[in-house]
Design a protein around this ligand. Structure first.
Ligand code: FES
Length: 312
């Protein structure tokens, strides 16, 4: 691979030919904000938050989809860049619920982080806002389209990492939204609840239902564990509060590093580490769930007694 010489914020940098301005800046130690970009997913260039200033270019290009070239002079935090980013954040926040105080993702939300980083306090845009119904139709994922910033990470993750293609963009302009085929709830879609979309969502639009209301993000300690149910050896995060596992999350990252999480794996890890998970099968008796042996749950008890009476 050839190297090219560029300058970033006035500093000479040698980087590999063919990489993006975002990657070269990251390697040089500059943190460019991103929303739609994800290293495990295809390039998208939709949110424009990663814009930079490049000498000789008229507009501010998105660094995540712009390749470096010899002699490029890049500014990652110039006045024009900062102003553009603030405007983008204001536009996103103008149509975003302001319930950060109680949002489950507070402390783990990129929009919140960047609003703080660029000190976007007042939103000067106003107008119509969305009022989508909350989709909590299933036991595993909460989908809140009001919080969606249309970064498309979930759509690409579902298609490119899992090959499921459950999510897609629908409608146009202000009415653009991410939804399932025929706009069904997750419950009625073909979603396999793998949580890959939840792991890559940068805001609170797709959330792990199991964790809802259980802990603030900063109260959690994370511990990564292997699943071990199959050869994929996916990794999951144990969510630990006050020394106790209270839930399991799919780990964000590239499939090479963290595998391809699935529902079976996440439930199995939960069963193994979460003391609140039933450790025995439950059967409803007289209207109440009671723990029983595996033999009874699988109907083997009945089978064994039938065989015994047959042998007599
Ligand atoms: Fe580059 Fe969204 S991160 S356009």
């Amino acid at each position: 691979m050839m190297s090219v010489k560029i300058t970033i914020n006035g500093r000479p940098v040698i980087a590999q030919e063919g990489i993006t301005v975002l990657e070269a800046s990251k390697q040089a130690g500059y943190d460019i904000p991103t929303l739609c970009h994800h290293p495990a997913l295809s390039e998208f260039g939709a949110c424009r938050l990663c814009v930079v200033e490049i000498k000789g270019m008229r507009n501010l290009p998105a660094s995540c989809v712009t390749k470096i070239s010899e002699g490029m002079e890049i500014q990652t935090e110039s006045a024009a860049v900062v102003e553009a980013r603030k405007t983008i954040l204001e536009l996103l926040l103008a149509n975003h619920p302001s319930d950060c105080l109680t949002c489950q993702m507070s402390g783990n939300c990129k929009l919140q982080d960047y609003a703080y980083r660029y000190q976007v306090r007042n939103v000067s845009f106003c107008g119509e806002t969305h009022n989508y119904p909350l989709d909590d139709s299933n036991p595993y994922i909460i989908r809140d389209n009001n919080k969606c910033i249309l970064c498309g990470r979930c759509v690409r993750a579902c298609a490119e990492i899992k090959g499921e293609n459950i999510l897609g963009f629908a409608s146009r302009g202000f009415n653009t939204k991410i939804t399932t085929a025929l706009d069904k709830d997750f419950k009625d879609s073909d979603c396999v609840y793998c949580h890959t979309c939840v792991a890559v969502c940068p805001v609170g639009a797709l959330r792990n239902k199991e964790m809802e209301g259980k802990a603030r993000y900063w109260e959690l300690e994370k511990k990564t564990v292997d699943c071990g149910l199959c050869e994929n050896a996916c990794k999951f995060d144990l969510n630990i509060k006050d020394g106790k596992v209270i839930g399991v999350s799919a780990k964000e990252g590239t499939p090479e590093r963290f595998g391809q999480p699935c529902l079976k794996g996440r439930l199995a890890v939960n069963l193994k580490y979460n003391p609140d998970c039933p450790q025995k099968p439950l059967i409803k008796k007289d209207g109440e769930f009671v723990p029983v042996s595996w033999e009874e749950a699988l109907g083997l008890d009945e089978l064994i007694s039938k065989m015994e009476s047959f042998e007599k």
